[in-house]
Design a binder for this molecule. Structure first.
Ligand code: L34
Length: 290
């Protein structure tokens, strides 16, 4: 069993980005600049966005964090987005999800200039991605592809079962895994809450990508020997014994499944850190493309 070390791989990618940024700066160019809008005080979102800002500093990017009250109106949020769209000193920005219920997420994502949409959530980018044109690939799927590629995991002709069909992870990764190219050419099955006999599917899979959000859903009896496991799930489960008051659990029962797996991502330390590294990569691309 080999652990797909997302922490280590993301650090390697950040080092690569840092070298590029240093040479940009040395030749008198302005470094890439990423902004993030964070609405409200959700603990997990604060952690993720905090980590994005710190990573920007580490690689030498400029960064701007815009924190807004959870009761902000949709109109006012759209005004911030319009400002960012017009800011020539900004290469890319994200609006951290989820947003409060009174705000229409779709409307917000549509307002982001696709050229600055380093999350790759805008329909223009999603469409280009699906058509194999140059586009920002959403950071989590991008990170999964990088892990598969850098660990030289064969995907061509393999049966990949993706559990989950979210616009952020399940849907895009299912498209990407079936495309031509590195970490592609897989035969993909997309499973979701309505799927019948899911166990039969995951048991037949060479690669399982779990993006369901149910802690430790995938147990050892549901996979075959030698499977490749990518665990995108990240749930904070209340735990009074832990000083933070919670423990982070993935969608995979790591202890038992790791005994059968050939490759497996841990949670934490797997896909999460990769998401952050690939957001930086997309911001660098935005700087280079625009
Ligand atoms: N707009 N919203 C937008 N873009 C994104 O790409 C995200 N996502 C998801 C939630 N909302 C978003 C993230 O950034 C999930 N996500 C994310 C980012 C980082 C980590 C996890 C999820 C991460 O760093 N995870 C660490 C543990 C962090 C902790 O202590 O909680 C890990 O090792 O998995």
């Amino acid at each position: 069993m080999i652990i797909l070390d997302g922490k280590k791989t993301s650090n390697e990618i950040k080092e690569e980005i840092k070298i590029t940024v240093n040479s940009m700066k040395a030749s008198g160019e302005r470094p890439p600049h990423l902004a993030a809008i964070l609405v409200g005080n959700d603990g997990a979102s604060l952690t993720y966005v905090g980590s994005k800002v710190r990573s920007c500093e580490y690689v030498g990017f400029d960064s701007t964090l815009i924190r807004l009250e959870s009761n902000i109106s949709e109109e006012e949020l759209l005004r911030h987005i319009s400002d960012l769209n017009q800011d020539d000193n900004l290469d890319g920005y994200i609006v951290q999800l989820p947003l409060p219920n009174h705000i229409n997420e779709e409307k917000i994502l549509l307002a982001i200039d696709p050229k600055k949409d380093v999350d790759g959530f805008h329909p223009a980018n999603f469409g280009k991605m699906a058509l194999e044109l140059n586009a920002f690939i959403p950071a989590t799927p991008f990170g999964i592809l990088q892990l598969l590629e850098r660990y030289k995991i064969p995907t061509s002709g393999k049966h990949c079962v993706v559990v989950g069909r979210s616009h952020i992870v399940g849907r895009p990764i299912s498209i990407l895994m079936s495309q031509k190219g590195p970490a592609g050419n897989a035969t993909v099955t997309v499973a979701h809450s309505r799927t019948e006999n899911l166990d039969l599917l995951t048991r037949s899979a060479d690669i399982v990508i779990m993006a369901l959000g149910i802690p430790e859903y995938l147990t050892a009896d549901k996979v075959k020997e030698g499977v490749v496991i990518i665990d995108v799930g990240i749930t904070r489960v209340p735990d009074k014994k832990h000083p933070k008051g919670y423990v982070i659990k993935g969608d995979v029962a790591f202890e038992e499944v790791s005994k059968k797996a050939k490759f497996i991502t841990p949670v934490p330390g797997g896909v999460g850190p990769m998401t952050i590294a690939m957001l930086l990569q997309n911001t660098l691309l935005a700087r280079q493309w625009n």
